[in-house]
Write a protein that binds this ligand. Sequence first.
Ligand code: MG
Length: 255
Amino acid sequence: MITIKSERELDLMRKAGYIVMMALNKIEELVAPGVTTMDLDKAAEEVIRKANAIPSFKGVPCAYGGIDFPGSICASVNHEVIHGIPNDKPLKEGDIISIDVGALYEGYHGDAARTFEVGKVSQEAHRLVTVTRESFFKGIEMAREGMRIRDISRAIQDHVEKNGYSIVRDFVGHGIGSQMHEEPQIPNYVTSQRGPRLQRGMTLAIEPMVNEGHWMVDVLSSDKWTVVTRDKKLSAHYENTIVVTGNEPEILTEK
Ligand code: MG
């Protein structure tokens, strides 16, 4: 079932979204060579808890039989796509680091991700990060009342593939609200399903995951969480929580 949020619910989701944005801003400030993803995790958790929210990802059960997710953020470096567990390995100049943050505030979630550049990165890495961000904005141009989910998917896929990259298929965007993952699923590529029509009051987490090489990914058997590109080429991620309105979509996790 797709939930349509009331104004009261949207207000709580705006607050959750703002907290996610503040945590990402803090991380952006801190990202540098020598910093560990554990440092970033601690800083984000502090921002979230000080705002009377709870990190949404902490304690989530593993779909593949591993430990419950131990971090407040997902931190995925270079060829890691999503769901990387924060650790004590220092970031290096030239890395790209995808950070996903979720916060639960008074019963409602916000969810967003960015890929940050560590110091100076290669032109190729920078282009991947840029195209990934652009593809999100292409997607939300279609996030209007009366359009279909597949219109969003197509806009994202077109932009990514036109630029020579590929879209991850095994993981998709999602509805969001009192549950982190609600209906509908939002693939970032065109499938045989056109998906439901968009209505005002729907809240969606749209999140292209873009690979430099092939779209195939694997889950690391060592931790049963980290998703990596099969060809070990780079991957980037960009996500915001948005609301469908009678007009332009409203982004809750970015100003
Ligand atoms: Mg998400």
